[in-house]
Design a protein around this ligand. Structure first.
Ligand code: FES
Length: 121
């Protein structure tokens, strides 16, 4: 489960495992560099942590508000899907195009999820 740390009280997560950017080694980090997915870097750790969680959600078939066909066998991780799924993470520098490109590169061929399987749960 991903949450925005700025919206959570630490005491709510006592005893839970928490992953922060310091514990991450992901190809997203290299992709953010390659695609200019940051400028000042203020939002970058949150963007990468959220992207990791978002890709896991998508891989598990979780639809988004941008998912057009909830009864489809698969959801392609388009730019619109990524923007909606990352909409809680704002970049004041406006690096969103690079962020989306970085996520699309890492998602690659795995950028399809199976919504129907998730809906059946
Ligand atoms: S890189 Fe500056 S706020 Fe996102």
């Amino acid at each position: 489960m991903r949450i925005n740390a700025c919206l959570a009280l630490a005491i709510q997560y006592e005893g839970r495992e928490i992953t922060t950017i310091e514990g991450v080694a992901s190809p997203l980090q290299e992709a953010f560099v390659v695609h200019d997915g940051f400028q000042c870097g203020y939002c970058t750790s949150g963007q990468i942590c959220s992207a990791i969680g978002m890709l896991a959600e998508h891989g598990n078939g979780v639809p988004s508000a941008a998912t057009e066909h909830l009864d489809a066998d698969a959801v392609e991780l388009t730019g619109a899907e990524i923007r909606e799924r990352m909409s809680g993470n704002l970049c004041r520098c406006g690096a969103h195009n690079g962020i989306v490109a970085a996520i699309q590169e890492v998602a690659g061929a795995d950028a399809v999820s199976h919504v129907r399987a998730e809906a059946a749960r």
